[in-house]
Design a protein around this ligand. Structure first.
Ligand SMILES: Nc1ncnc2c1ncn2[C@@H]1O[C@H](COP(=O)(O)OP(=O)(O)OP(=O)(O)O)[C@@H](O)[C@H]1O
Ligand SMILES: O=c1ccn([C@@H]2O[C@H](COP(=O)(O)O)[C@@H](O)[C@H]2O)c(=O)[nH]1
Ligand SMILES: [Mg+2]
Length: 200
């Protein structure tokens, strides 16, 4: 899976929205899209789409990784993200739930584009578990069950949180406590964007 088109990195803005499973990444991104006109890409959603695409050579691999709370090999996810960016007319992207692992962060920033801003949604496992179990009542996601959720927490702590730590050195990370209501969390997130980007 390789992408032949070339990306122009001029004027391109990429923000990473990071946080544990169920911290509210997708929810906050939806609000940012409304206010700031970014294109939102959830790496997890792109992988689920690819998994369901008839004829995908990665379908089974992706399904197994998601079910086990493991990380899909970087080249698969980066190719999907890059393709979406190339296909889009926009030059402002919110990438949610990626990079998940240090090698992904380094590869994406080298091969695709450097991030401008990183939001880290900070949440306890207790709150995330509650939210995900509730979401699992209707989401149909194969990973919204207690057994997989606990595996996802372990992967997050061991592999994904170090990405946040890595980016902290760059000064681009804004840590946002996110155990309050959606609106209260957004009241913390919005000013960070408002300072850097014009509203729609
Ligand atoms: N601040 C909040 N307070 C209460 N519930 C919330 C809050 N933010 C999100 N939720 C709910 O918690 C669940 C998880 O939120 P969301 O899907 O946005 O998280 P996520 O970080 O994208 O999760 P995942 O990593 O599993 O994709 C959803 O059902 C959402 O409605
Ligand atoms: O960059 C990524 C993003 C996601 N995954 C896999 O997908 C699931 C679900 O991701 P969500 O962000 O919670 O929707 C995740 O547990 C991983 O298995 C990935 O491998 N790489
Ligand atoms: Mg999500």
């Amino acid at each position: 899976m390789t992408s032949e088109a070339k990306l122009s990195k001029d004027d391109m803005t990429v923000c990473f929205i990071l946080g544990g499973p169920g911290s509210g990444k997708g929810t906050q991104c939806a609000k940012l899209v409304q206010d700031f006109g970014f294109v939102h890409m959830s790496a997890g959603d792109l992988l689920r789409e690819e998994q369901q695409r008839p004829g995908s050579e990665y379908g089974e691999l992706i399904q197994n990784c998601i079910k086990e709370g493991k990380i899909v090999p970087s080249e698969v996810t980066i190719t999907l993200l890059e393709k979406k960016i190339i296909e889009s007319d926009s030059n402002r992207f919110l990438i949610d739930g990626f990079p998940r692992q240090l090698d992904q962060a380094l590869a994406f920033e080298k091969e695709v584009v450097e991030s401008t801003l990183i939001i880290y949604l900070e949440c306890s496992e207790e709150v995330m578990l509650k939210r995900l179990l509730k979401r699992g009542e209707t989401s149909g996601r194969i990973d919204d069950n207690k057994e997989t959720i606990l595996k996802r927490f372990k992967t997050f702590l061991e592999l994904s949180y170090p990405v946040v730590e890595h980016f902290r050195k760059s000064g681009k990370v804004h840590t946002v406590p996110c155990e309050d209501s959606v609106e209260e969390v957004y009241a913390r997130v919005k000013p960070i964007f408002a300072e850097l980007f014009k509203q729609k």
